[in-house]
Design a binder for this molecule. Structure first.
Ligand SMILES: NC(=O)c1ccc[n+]([C@@H]2O[C@H](COP(=O)([O-])OP(=O)(O)OC[C@H]3O[C@@H](n4cnc5c(N)ncnc54)[C@H](OP(=O)(O)O)[C@@H]3O)[C@@H](O)[C@H]2O)c1
Length: 275
């Protein structure tokens, strides 16, 4: 990939995360062009990453073989339509990270002959610790799929899904998921405080536990249920807490919450994805 020209359209949170990741992976800054309409954001991109940032998206994509589009879903249309003509000549790979904007809409705007893949990263990508769901439609060349994976791996793990509809589930699980863990950590800290810990101590314990549990879950090859069993002694403290969760129907609550997020993702896709 390091010998290819890449362009990123939209140098906001996710665009910056990907630019930083790509440079960390060894991509030379002169290989990367950024299209960004906000002047202050362009100055920050040039200062922080040494990449060329322009307000002229057509100039940014001129020689690019891979184009990452990282503008808000409602801006995809206005970004892509004017590029249909140059794309018809250069046929770059288009990698969209926009939530809910479907392949059909993207191709409607940028041309049916342009190879398009869609991805759903999550917020920890900003620290290189993300996970991204990647959907590669049928007919996309294996080399293009690999390029998309390489780009996304620069900000964390990549999980391929085999249908576009599954991206709504990715959104519900890993896209919104950090907030679920933050909520649990917040509630645990609140409970600790209510029981007598100082607020800073409860927060520190809660956050470090979130981090450590994540590291453990990631490092092991075991099942999550197995990890849980390993820290749950019979008749012990953890078992007392887990029994309380079970009695309150936590499994059903989580299932309903994830289903609600998936439903909302589909609704937003209907709203933003319309060609
Ligand atoms: N942030 C996340 O955690 C996350 C996670 C998963 C997926 N995503 C997806 O990533 C995409 C970007 O999200 P974000 O959070 O990075 O948004 P963001 O911080 O608002 O960044 C988007 C940038 O694109 C610029 N822009 C808008 N229209 C443009 C145009 N016509 N030409 C060039 N630049 C333009 C925006 O400028 P203005 O500020 O002037 O509009 C802004 O600087 C979204 O589609 C989102 O669904 C984000």
């Amino acid at each position: 990939m390091n010998h290819l020209d890449l362009a990123v359209l939209g140098g906001g949170n996710m665009g910056r995360a990907l630019i930083g990741g790509l440079l960390r992976q060894g991509l030379r800054p002169e290989r990367l062009a950024v299209g960004e309409r906000d002047e202050a954001a362009r100055a920050a991109l040039e200062r922080d990453f040494g990449v060329a940032a322009t307000a002229d998206n057509a100039a940014a994509v001129r020689t690019a073989k891979v184009i990452v589009v990282a503008v808000k879903p409602q801006h995809m249309n206005e970004v892509l339509r004017p590029l249909a003509e140059p794309f018809a000549r250069t046929r770059p790979l288009l990698l969209s990270v926009a939530a809910g904007v479907r392949v059909a809409a993207l191709q409607h705007w940028c041309g049916a002959e342009v190879p398009v893949v869609r991805a759903m990263p999550n917020r920890p990508a900003l620290l290189g610790a993300g996970v991204t769901g990647l959907y590669v439609p049928e007919g996309i060349a294996a080399a293009h799929a690999q390029l998309a994976e390489q780009v996304l791996r620069s900000v964390g793990e990549v999980v391929r899904v085999d249908s576009e509809a599954a991206l709504d589930l990715v959104t519900a699980l890993s896209g919104s998921g950090p907030a679920y863990f933050f909520l649990l950590a917040e509630l645990m800290a609140d409970a600790g405080t209510a029981l007598g810990l100082s607020a800073p101590a409860a927060r520190a314990l809660s956050v470090a536990t979130l981090h450590g549990a994540g590291e453990l879950a990631r490092s092991g090859t075991g099942e999550l249920a197995q990890l849980r069993a390993e820290v749950t002694s019979k008749g012990g403290t953890t078992e007392a807490a887990l029994r309380t969760f079970a009695a309150a129907g936590l499994d059903q609550i989580v299932a309903r919450a994830v289903a609600a997020a998936a439903q909302r993702s589909r609704e937003l896709a209907d709203q933003y994805g319309a060609a």
